[in-house]
Ligand binder design. Sequence first.
Ligand SMILES: [Zn+2]
Length: 110
Amino acid sequence: MAVHGSCHCGRVRIEAPSAPAWVADCNCSLCRRLAWRVAYFPPDEVRISGETLAYIWGDRMIGIHHCPVCGCGTHWRTLGEDFGRMGVNARLLDGFDESAVEVRKFDNAG
Ligand SMILES: [Zn+2]
């Protein structure tokens, strides 16, 4: 069943194919600051509407998008190689409850 979400101000809307069974809690220097919980989906199964701004971290080939008005991190997409997946900030999804899903710790510190 599709799940929906939005940023705080509502300008960016997200539709994903299903509620995530697990999310990533990553400790890289960016996620540590943003506190994202990332759910992964095939890019062609996610619809993002509304304007977003992409932050591109150094030479990492992903665009990390946020709402330009309220600042919520919304999703990331590859800019180069197609991984067959993209990341959605599960915190923005309606009804997301971190205690009800598996939270996998990703160790990308360094
Ligand atoms: Zn917003």
